[in-house]
Design a protein around this ligand. Sequence first.
Ligand code: AMP
Length: 117
Amino acid sequence: MDSCVFCKIVRGEIPSEKIYEDADVFAFHDIHPAAPIHFMLIPKLHIGSLDEVEDKHRSLLGEMMVLIPRLAREQGCTDGFRTIINTGRVGGQEVHHLHIHIVGGSERLPAMIHHPR
Ligand code: AMP
């Protein structure tokens, strides 16, 4: 996708703080970290969101899930972390290229969703 920010990061057209890359995936620090450790794992293939995932992406997604704990450990998540995939309007997705946020640090993270009762 020519205009997609994360595709541009994969192609090196926009700078990023890369932490990992292989033939299928790319990981980099979030530009606006929400916690002391906050990076993103994305497929190189442009998939707009989790809503656009198909059966053919099964092994790619599996690869990503298996990679997450290794990258999280390498980044300093020694006692857990949180993974977030914002999807679509309701999910508050801002960048329309599937991405998994990996968030952590030394302190326990706050509750994920605050819904007024
Ligand atoms: P989401 O709301 O799940 O779509 O999150 C998009 C995330 O991408 C946000 O946390 C942004 O801070 C992050 N982001 C946007 N542009 C860049 C960039 N050029 N480099 C690194 N992170 C970015």
